[in-house]
Design a protein around this ligand. Sequence first.
Ligand code: RP5
Length: 168
Amino acid sequence: MNPKVLILMGSDSDWAVMAEARAALADLGIEAEVHVSSAHRTPERTGKLAREAAGRGIQVIICGAGAAAHLAGVVAAETELPVLGVPLASSDLQGLDALLATAQMPAGVPVGTLAIGKAGARNAGLLAARIIARADGVVAERVREQRARMTREVEAKDAALQAKLASS
Ligand code: RP5
């Protein structure tokens, strides 16, 4: 057990989306630790998790939260590790509230904000892997393979489309 990524989410109701981040990391052989911790409901616990992360070997923290989503910002205020924020569509505003709350950080406390929802969660995992890859050749090679796989998938889809169009 040597997780390099810490995934935090404001509620267990966020897991269906945030599981994408863990899956993206697992595909690249990167272990992640996952916890529910809320900036508003459990501020002490959230601060402790953020402050202790670097000392435990965590290299990147991913935070997913919805509504007035302050989790990523609060975590970024408590650590020098890179923090990636995933806004989640869990209120009547469909994630626009969380997007603005996560992205609009004041100068000096950076949060790298991804897209709302599953695409953002997956990309947070991939981006965390790329950060880790700068100092880890094995992960860098897996990132290269992942990109090559994606290229092959798109080419196969195009070949299938061309075949369909030719026969129509
Ligand atoms: C946010 O409030 C959480 O991140 C979640 O997206 C949202 C709703 O939480 P629950 O009421 O489902 O626990 O803090």
